[in-house]
Design a protein around this ligand. Structure first.
Ligand SMILES: *Cc1c(COP(=O)(O)O)cnc(C)c1O
Length: 380
């Protein structure tokens, strides 16, 4: 812990205590020091602030691609979806064709973005309860040579499914296509080497595994792939190339008003990720949280939606208990009263709820949650 960090932690004036712990896929529970970092104002024009932005951009590139050459990063106002839309609407050439690999709501959302912008696109649907198949992808790319870009979701937060991104990337690159990865819910929480994957665009946001607060997203991109976006943008505010060029030419300046407090908190979150031991250490903590959660929930009679081999350490879907008296809303309210916010399910075929274990969440928190769940099994 840095001196600054402990100083901020010790600051009792830093605001009210949180009434509950968020066990959700973002926004998630942040540390008191990340929240405290927001307690001053910044000028977007000033050097101090822009240097902070540059520092963040460098750290993101280094997290995603290590010391590999040829990668850059760009920050974009809005939630994660704004960044996905910025990439899709800026990267696709007029005569390009996008293939979207879908097995959940976030894949579907990418296909919807393409449709809104009138981009030639096809979605290849896989069952919600199965990972994307690299073999079927290879068959598809074999058949359709018009495809220029492929978009894949790393962790499909809808179910908690971890798609086989290394194999997917391998196939996409074997066919020489541009690779876009929605790594929103995994980046910073699961080791991922964008350079080894040869990913062209990798998207995530401030309020997921880096453990910042919401307000902007970011794209880590091959510099050459980003340069190719020049003049392709279909939106003014979401033009990824223009945003990047302004940041490059003006030393960290955003084109339009940036979420200054969120940016400062994000910087603090990056420092704390480093202090924790980096992505590998954070991954271990999340994975330990997830194992503890599943063991405890299974002991209490709950069943996981996904087999363990496909389950991410990010968020877990549980089937509703098979009991007529179970009401999710009641269960949710009771856990909220006990200090824990869980998440509803999002899939079509089965009734589920979700519990996230990312954010400022530790084994003791999961143990307390399990006690609260045990105390609130009111239906049997
Ligand atoms: C959270 C998330 C997004 C972005 O959602 P926003 O609500 O726009 O922040 C996109 N993809 C995945 C996989 C996500 O988990």
């Amino acid at each position: 812990m840095t001196a600054r960090h402990s100083e901020l932690l010790a600051n009792k004036e830093s605001g009210p205590d949180n009434p509950y712990l968020l066990l959700t896929p973002g926004p998630l529970s942040t540390s008191p020091s990340v929240r405290a970092a927001m307690l001053r104002d910044w000028c977007t024009w000033d050097d101090d602030y822009n240097q902070l932005v540059q520092n963040i951009r460098r750290r993101l590139v280094s997290l995603a691609a290590g010391a590999s050459e040829g990668y850059t990063s760009v920050l974009m106002q809005g939630s994660g979806t704004f960044c996905v839309e910025a990439v899709i609407s800026s990267a696709m050439p007029k005569d390009g064709k996008l293939l979207v690999l879908t097995n959940g709501a976030y894949g579907d959302r990418i296909a919807k973005i393409a449709a809104v912008h009138g981009i030639a696109a096809e979605h290849m649907d896989f069952p919600e309860l199965e990972p994307v198949s690299p073999d079927r992808l290879a068959e598809k790319l074999e058949q359709d040579s018009a495809i220029t870009h492929v978009a894949a979701v790393h962790c499909e937060t809808t179910t908690g499914m971890l798609n086989p991104i290394e194999q997917i990337a391998g196939v996409v690159k074997r066919f020489g296509k541009v690779l876009i990865i929605d790594a929103m819910s995994s980046f910073g929480g699961i080791p991922l080497d964008a350079a080894a994957l040869e990913a062209d665009f990798l998207v995530s946001s401030a309020n997921k595994c880096i453990q910042g607060v919401p307000g902007f997203g970011f794209v880590i991109a091959k510099t050459a792939s980003l340069e190719a976006c020049k003049g392709r943008g279909r939106s003014l505010s979401l033009d990824l190339f223009d945003q990047w060029e302004t940041m490059e030419k003006h030393g960290g300046k955003w084109r339009f008003t940036s979420p200054t407090h969120t940016v400062r908190a994000f910087y603090q979150a990056l420092v704390e990720l480093e202090e924790e031991g980096g992505v590998e250490a954070r991954y271990k903590r999340y994975a330990a949280n997830q194992r503890l959660l599943v063991e405890g929930m299974e002991e209490l009679g709950f069943a996981c939606l996904l087999p363990a081999r496909w389950q991410s350490p990010i968020i877990t879907s549980f089937r509703y208990p098979d009991h007529p008296a179970f009401r999710f809303e009641t269960f949710y309210e009771r856990l909220k009263q006990a200090g824990f916010v869980i998440y509803p399910g999002k899939i079509s075929q089965t009734e589920t709820f979700r519990i996230g274990n990312i954010g400022e969440v530790y084994a003791e928190d999961i143990k307390r949650l399990l006690q609260a769940v045990r105390a609130n099994i009111y239906w049997r």
